[in-house]
Write a protein that binds this ligand. Sequence first.
Ligand code: BDR
Ligand code: CA
Length: 319
Amino acid sequence: MHKVIFDTDPGIDDAMALLFLRRHPQIDLIGITTVFGNAPIGFTTRNAQFLAQQWGISAPVAKGAGVTFDPARPEGHWPTFIHGENGLGDIDIPETIDRPLDPRPAHQFIIDTVRAQPGEVTLIAVGRMTNLALALKADPDFAALVKEVIVMGGAFDVNGNTSPAAEANIHGDPEAADLVFTAPWRVTVVGLDVTLKTVMTSGYLAEMAVTGGKDVQLLSDLSQFYIDFYKHRVGDGMVVHDSCACVYLVAPDLFKTRSGPIRVVCGGIADGQTIQKPDGKRFPPGDWDGHPSQLVCTDIQADKVLEVIRAAIVEGRAA
Ligand code: BDR
Ligand code: CA
């Protein structure tokens, strides 16, 4: 059984990933931590509470960061054209949700939970890396106790999606991401190189909703706004970014990876760009030296990944 803390900014593709974690038989979701990104922190946290309530998720929800790791960074804008004003495709969500929050801030919840179960907890981070960076700052030694970190973010051999250089989760907090990638723990990065190849058509999702009942119908309803956004980019369907990172946990063989230290450009026109120095390639001494090798996903068996998602969400089965 994989014990998972899900660090998320729900977010439409985050919602699918959450239902996947809830339903996969080999995953024990032991915490949800929220971060700003697809919407302000108040909205992403309320969305996490709402989804947890609707989908019968008993894991604690802890509210996380609402500003960047370096608070001096200017505030960006919310991607309302992708995820709607409320972050969940503008479906109706009550103002307040009867689902209490954990009293701790997300980074403290993460530290405490990992320290209570050393070597057993995987962190899957699919928003900005702010909470993880705050945890590393507060307790640098806890990194060695984390089993594995899986990140949705970055663009290595392809363009970004918030600028030609940078992907949204990393662009939203580059200093935090650089700290996370260079910390002494095992990180696998599932970025745009592979997620953009993983498109779920609207028919595929509709079929899932027909057989999956009301929980999957809710997922389908809130996804329609996102599918509309992607019409001009992928034709029909939605890119399931965050679910790809969750599938990596249970089916890493469906991904091709490359090893090497990763740095993040902080500032300038390439702000938020992720750059890996592949192991075995020789360069003059530089800023990648002395940092741990991490894994970057360079290819994916997209159809099989979609089937892993479908099997878990609709049938509660490992594909
Ligand atoms: C990432 O940014 C967010 O909008 C999505 O939820 C995903 O985590 C894709 O770049
Ligand atoms: Ca996300």
